[in-house]
Every structure is written in structure tokens, then in C-alpha cells.
Design a protein around this ligand. Structure first.
Ligand code: ADP
Ligand code: ADP
Length: 229
């Protein structure tokens, strides 16, 4: 379940400046498709349209054949997990932040998700910025640790569809590799849309879409695209 199709998708934030100019591709159920391309090409906009932060202005996006505009916000949020570029954490414990999206989860399930994301050591702490209010329990999280909280959240939620939006771009190389490994575990058997700057971070994708100036410039496998360029 969870096959995604973008069909002739057009979108502009400002009518005078089209961002997506007829983009069509599919992410088959359980597969991983990566969208790469220069900054400003419209990559993140695709993920925002899928999640319905905005709606397409022409064309359609479907999940299992159903137009996302006909899906309730609630079921769309239940179906899609997002690991964004910069995870914004709530003013509460890491455990609370992991549970966001599945408030019914047991402590046991939260611990298991934290284990997979390798943050079990500090789930009772509060994230950065709230330290002064809570003294000892406040904890400054690095970018990588915030990413791990987002990953634990996604593990717990276990949605059929995953959006990874430049999920490792803000990290140093070593952390990036560790997070990449965790993300590969999480995206296994899920329909995954990866948004990335660089071809080198999406070697394992089933298909790579190169987006330039709102259109698909090239598409293929990692090896195929390397041969062409
Ligand atoms: P990418 O992810 O490929 O870097 P984006 O999809 O984030 O590109 O953005 C595509 C273009 O749309 C950029 O020129 C960006 O400045 C513009 N843009 C993004 N978000 C908004 C917004 N909320 N309002 C107006 N313009 C936006
Ligand atoms: P934008 O692309 O417009 O900047 P983001 O992709 O950063 O928006 O998402 C906004 C916030 O919403 C993120 O910080 C993220 O934590 C939260 N969020 C979005 N989708 C989900 C989801 N499916 N599950 C949990 N949190 C989500």
C-alpha cells in the first residue's frame, strides 16, 4: 500500500513565478524514489504538496489512486511520516516528542523506537531552549540528535509512506553516515520519497528524478545517471 503518483503537477507560490511546470512520476508501493537537483528547483515543494501544506494548481497527486485532496487531513497525516531537514521539537520531554503522532503508544514502544534511533539515553530530558525552566533535565541536542528524535517518532508511527526531506544535509559526514544507516532501516518496505541535493546520498534509490527549474531534466538509476554525466 501507499503507491504515490504525481501527474502533470503544476504549482506556483506566486502566480507570476511558476515553480513546478508539469511534473509526472510515480513512487511504487514499498519503493524509494529520490528527487535531486539544484537549490530552488522545487524539490521540497513536491513533498509539501504531497502532505498538503499546499494544493496543486493543475494536475493531481494520488495515493493508491486516490487524489490527496479527497483524503482527510487526519488519514493523510496517519499515512505519511516526515523526517524534515530541521526538526522542530516541542517544549516537552524527548519521549513526548517521540510519541507525537501516536499518543496512544506505550512506554515500552517509545523505548523500543528510541533504541532503534539510538537515543534511549536521554528520552526523559527536555530539548534545547527549555533548560532554564527545568535545570538539570534540560539538554542541548545536536542536529544529528534532533534527526534521531524525528527518526524515533517515525519508527513509532510506522507509516506506509515516508518523506525524507534533505534529512541528512545539516550533519557532519560521520553523523550523516550513521543517520543514513538508521533511515535505511526505517524506509525498508515503505514507500519513500527522498529529497536530496546530491546524487551521492541516494545511491540505493530505486529511481532518481533530476528536477531542474520545475521540470524533470533526467531520470534513471544512480549508476545510469553517473554514466550519462
Ligand atoms: P528546493 O527544495 O528544490 O530547493 P523549494 O521547493 O524549496 O526548492 O523552492 C522552490 C522555489 O520556491 C524557491 O525559489 C523558493 O524560494 C520558492 N519558495 C519556497 N517556498 C516558498 C513560499 N512559501 N513562498 C514563496 N516562495 C517560496
Ligand atoms: P516546510 O517544508 O513547510 O518547512 P516541514 O517539512 O519542515 O515544513 O514540516 C513542518 C514541521 O511539521 C516539521 O518540523 C515536522 O516535525 C512536522 N511534521 C510534518 N509532517 C510530520 C509528520 N508526518 N509526522 C510528524 N511530524 C511532522
Amino acid at each position: 500500500a501507499g503507491a504515490i503518483a504525481f501527474r502533470d503537477v503544476h504549482f506556483a507560490y506566486d502566480p507570476a513565478r511558476p515553480i513546478l511546470k508539469g511534473v509526472s512520476f510515480e513512487v511504487p508501493a514499498g519503493k524509494t524514489v529520490a528527487v535531486v537537483g539544484p537549490s530552488g528547483a522545487g524539490k521540497s515543494t513536491l513533498s509539501r504538496l504531497l502532505y498538503r501544506f499546499y494544493d496543486v494548481q493543475q494536475g493531481a497527486i494520488t495515493i493508491d489512486g486516490q487524489d490527496v485532496r479527497d483524503v482527510t487531513q487526519k488519514s493523510l497525516r496517519a499515512a505519511i511520516g516526515m523526517v524534515p531537514q530541521d526538526t522542530v521539537l516541542f517544549n516537552d520531554t524527548i519521549a513526548y516528542n517521540i510519541r507525537y503522532g501516536r499518543p496512544d503508544a506505550s512506554d515500552e514502544e517509545v523505548r523500543a523506537a528510541a533504541e532503534i534511533a539510538q537515543i534511549s539515553g536521554f528520552i526523559e530530558h527536555l530539548p534545547d531552549g527549555f533548560k532554564s525552566m527545568v535545570g538539570e533535565r534540560g539538554l542541548k541536542l545536536s542536529g544529528g540528535e534532533k534527526q534521531r528524535v524525528a527518526i524515533a517518532r517515525t519508527v513509532l508511527k510506522s507509516p506506509p509512506i515516508l518523506i525524507l526531506d534533505e534529512a541528512t544535509s545539516a550533519l557532519d559526514t560521520r553523523t550523516e553516515q550513521e543517520i543514513q544507516a538508521a533511515l535505511e532501516i526505517v524506509s525498508k518496505n515503505r514507500t519513500t520519497l527522498v529529497i536530496a541535493h546530491r546524487l551521492s546520498t541516494v545511491v540505493g534509490a530505486d529511481e532518481i528524478i533530476v528536477l531542474k527549474d520545475g521540470r524533470i531534466a533526467e531520470r534513471g538509476t544512480h549508476a545510469g545517471l553517473l554514466r550519462q554525466n
